[in-house]
Structures are given as structure tokens and as C-alpha cells.
Design a binder for this molecule. Structure first.
Ligand code: FPP
Length: 224
């Protein structure tokens, strides 16, 4: 059975779900947040140590302002209402991406990270304003500045995921098969599962089915 320390998820399909069910993309994001809660619970149950969720990419700024504002409001309210509970459950929150939001949201993100920084049960990495190509270029710049040897190990030290093991498993919902500039370096040897369901329809059962499949896959890492 494969050990599973880190699951990364591209939560795709909110917009389509919202349009189909409520004639509003934002309703899909709201429903998507319920799935986030279910998946966090199941991740704890499965004793997985790291969960990375792609919540907003550097390319998502191209969306209508109304949708972008809705997403950040949702995130703000989520943190205000849920951070104490996450803290009580011994969950650590870490943001990966560039924190260049409103003052209020930046402060809230920093405070949430600080409050939960010593927690050890599950680390949730929330990818916000995250782009993998930017992350890699930035890491290279810092590596060159540091004048240490250019190696995989040293580059890892300058990535935003520096203290986190690479994902063992990537799940993308929403019936689309692409990586969308997410963890391109870190996913080099991850098992990838594409799920047809839209994110708001995805549930604990679907998640644990994928986990069970993952556990029995033969992982070669280039060997035979
Ligand atoms: C992708 O679906 C989803 C997003 C860009 C946002 C993800 C946000 C959530 C799941 C809810 C908020 C989460 C937190 C942690 C507060 P899409 O809109 O691209 O869907 P589409 O492909 O159907 O258009």
C-alpha cells in the first residue's frame, strides 16, 4: 500500500455547476465551499498530513470583478467564521502564492497563519494568487543570488512549498485534463486522477474511492 502524505486538488467546476443549477457562477463557488469542508474532514479521517487546495490562480484575475470580489468575500467570511474551529482541530493553515489582496484580507490571512502555525494534525496549503511558473522563476532568482550550487535540493529551498513534501496525489475535478500552472515542479512524480464530477458535486465517497485507487497503484519513480 502506498503511503499518502500529501494530496493536492484543483477544485474545478464551480462556475459550470452554479450556472446549471442556480443560473449564477457565484452560487457554484458558495456550494464549492461546502465541498471544501467535507474534503477537509475526510482528509483528517484518512490521516493525511498535507492538503493543498488551488483556490485562486494568478490567471483568475481575468475574471469579471464581481466574481473575483465574491470569491474573496467568501474566503474572508470563511476565515472569520471557521479559523477558531480549524485551530481547535489542530489544523495549520499556510498560504502559497502572492499575498497582495486588500489590507483587510492580507491581515486576516497573516493572522490565521500565525494563529495556527504550531498545529500538527493537518496542514492546509491554500494556493491563492498562485502561479507555478512565477514561483519557479522567483526560486531560481533567489538561488542564483545565494550563490549556492544549482541543484534540485537547493532549488526546493526557495519554493513556497519548501517545508512540504511533494504531493503524492493530484486530483482535478470538473472533467478537464490540464494542470493550469499548478505545482508544475512539485508534481513531477505525483499520481494524477481526473474526476468527471464538478467540484460542488464531489464528496467524501468519491474522494476515498480515489484514495483507495491511489493506494494500490504501483509507483515506480522511474524504476521498474
Ligand atoms: C474553479 O472553478 C474554482 C475556483 C477558481 C475557485 C475555488 C473556490 C472554492 C472552491 C470556494 C472557496 C474556497 C475557499 C477556501 C474559501 P471554476 O470557477 O473555474 O469552474 P468552471 O470551470 O466551471 O468555470
Amino acid at each position: 500500500m502506498n503511503p499518502l502524505n500529501h494530496v493536492a486538488i484543483i477544485m474545478d467546476g464551480n462556475g459550470r455547476w452554479g450556472l446549471k443549477k442556480r443560473n449564477s457562477r457565484n452560487a457554484g463557488h458558495k456550494a464549492g465551499l461546502n465541498t471544501v469542508e467535507k474534503i477537509i474532514k475526510e482528509t483528517i479521517k484518512q490521516k493525511i498530513r498535507f492538503l493543498t487546495l488551488y483556490a485562486f490562480s494568478t490567471e483568475n484575475w481575468k475574471r469579471p470583478k464581481k466574481e473575483v470580489n465574491y470569491l474573496f468575500n467568501l474566503l474572508e467570511n470563511f476565515l472569520i467564521n471557521r479559523i477558531d474551529e480549524l485551530h481547535k482541530q489542530n489544523i495549520k493553515l499556510k498560504i502559497i502564492g502572492i499575498k497582495s489582496f486588500s489590507n483587510k484580507l492580507n491581515k486576516l490571512l497573516n493572522a490565521s497563519e500565525k494563529k495556527t502555525s504550531k498545529n500538527t494534525k493537518l496542514q492546509i496549503n491554500l494556493a491563492l494568487n498562485y502561479g507555478s511558473k512565477f514561483e519557479i522563476i522567483n526560486a531560481f532568482k533567489n538561488l542564483l543570488k545565494s550563490k549556492v550550487k544549482i541543484s534540485e535540493k537547493n532549488l526546493n529551498k526557495y519554493l513556497q512549498t519548501k517545508d512540504i513534501p511533494d504531493p503524492d496525489l493530484l486530483i482535478r475535478t470538473g472533467n478537464t485534463k490540464r494542470l493550469s500552472n499548478f505545482l508544475l515542479w512539485q508534481l513531477a512524480y505525483s499520481e494524477i486522477f481526473f474526476e468527471k464530477k464538478l467540484w460542488p458535486d464531489f464528496n467524501e465517497k468519491d474522494y476515498s474511492k480515489i484514495i483507495n485507487n491511489f493506494r494500490s497503484v504501483k509507483r515506480n519513480f522511474g524504476n521498474i
